[in-house]
Design a protein. Structure first.
Length: 128
């Protein structure tokens, strides 16, 4: 894990992620912080998100736009293709047995699962 020098802007970005269950995008983080940190640029947000990912403090979740999560424990996500919502499915476990891959010579360090579809709120709204 690569370490970088301390940055107040990076810690501000990390604090936003730790306080959010919404898995914000870089743009969303930038919009939330630009009043408190007027010198912050979108490029700085992206650069610091990359640093935080390299340090292992956050994870990047590939969706239509990259989203970020301060919960680095293995867990399952659901991405709604209607509302772009990204939800933690904490009550589900990852049902993957890595032994088949290991038998083929792979070393498995992590398993990330993202289901894509339509969330209950959008299903309900579409029926009305």
């Amino acid at each position: 894990m690569k370490r970088h020098r301390h940055s107040e802007q990076r810690e501000l970005i990390y604090k936003v992620l730790k306080g959010s269950k919404e898995h914000p995008s870089a743009e969303h983080i930038y919009q939330n912080l630009k009043e408190v940190a007027p010198s912050l640029s979108l490029a700085t947000v992206y650069r610091n998100l990359n640093f935080l990912v390299e340090e292992g403090r956050i994870t990047r979740i590939p969706c239509n736009v990259n989203r970020y999560d301060a919960n680095t424990a293995e867990h399952i996500h659901f991405f709604c293709t209607e509302c772009d919502g990204l939800f933690d499915l904490d009550n589900l476990t990852i049902p993957f047995d890595a032994s088949a891959l290991e038998a083929l010579g792979y070393e498995v360090n992590r398993c990330d699962v993202i289901f894509k579809g339509i969330c209950p709120n959008c299903i309900k709204a579409n029926k009305q």
